[in-house]
Write a new protein. Structure first.
Length: 218
């Protein structure tokens, strides 16, 4: 069984794996990970708190090959990232392809279309005297599924600079004296995202606080 350590540092997630829990906890202490900026992962569900947007960014950062544009669900993202962290380079893409998001499935179906069209074009050679059949209209391309709204957030949890912040939490929800508590206390209702970043907030902070219901951005 492997233990994985996910760490948030300077608005970027990183992942490392260990063969025992004690080894992972030693790394936690060695890296001086704050409780709000790190996750000890033993099972797929331990990744859920990170959020689907940040899971997708981390998955594409560490896994080589084609970029995945969307997970089917938060559970799907947790399982796929956990499987890759557990198996590393031995993680087979065949299984991964079976679980691809809607965007990738649409691309693969579209790629198969030219083969069918080629067979239809060859048909007139068998009976030259017959009139060539009128070409069929190409099927309209499937529309990609709309990305879920995330309180003004763009792709991967990026917010517009002029989006306004509204504090929902009555008290500071983070451990007193922690870096996360310090960053949260600097946020004020009516402040824009650009202003929040000037006082130390990061895009990942803002998205995590929205996911937890501590604030709204719009």
């Amino acid at each position: 069984m492997k233990f994985h350590l996910i760490v948030l540092k300077e608005d970027k997630l990183s992942a490392s794996s260990y063969t025992s829990e004690s080894e992972a906890r030693q790394a936690w202490e060695r890296k001086k990970v704050d409780a709000e900026d790190g996750w000890m992962v033993k099972a797929p569900e331990d990744l859920a708190e990170i959020g689907i947007d940040r899971l997708l960014v981390l998955y594409n950062d560490i896994k080589p090959g084609k970029t995945v544009t969307a997970f089917k669900s938060l559970e799907d993202g947790c399982q796929r990232l956990f499987d890759y962290l557990s198996r590393g380079p031995d993680y087979q893409s065949g299984e991964d392809d079976q679980q691809t998001g809607e965007d990738e499935v649409t691309e693969k179906k579209g790629a198969a279309a030219p083969k069918k069209a080629a067979k239809k074009e060859a048909a007139p050679k068998k009976a030259a005297a017959k009139k060539e059949p009128a070409p069929k209209k190409a099927a309209p391309a499937k529309k990609e599924g709309a990305a879920p709204k995330t309180n003004g957030a763009g792709r991967h949890g990026k917010f517009a600079d002029d989006a306004k912040i509204k504090i929902i939490a009555k008290d500071n929800p983070f451990r007193e004296g922690s870096k996360a508590a310090e960053r949260f206390s600097a946020l004020k209702s009516g402040m824009t995202v650009k202003e929040a970043k000037k006082v130390g907030a990061t895009s990942v902070d803002l998205q995590a606080n929205v996911n937890r219901g501590y604030l709204e951005i719009g």
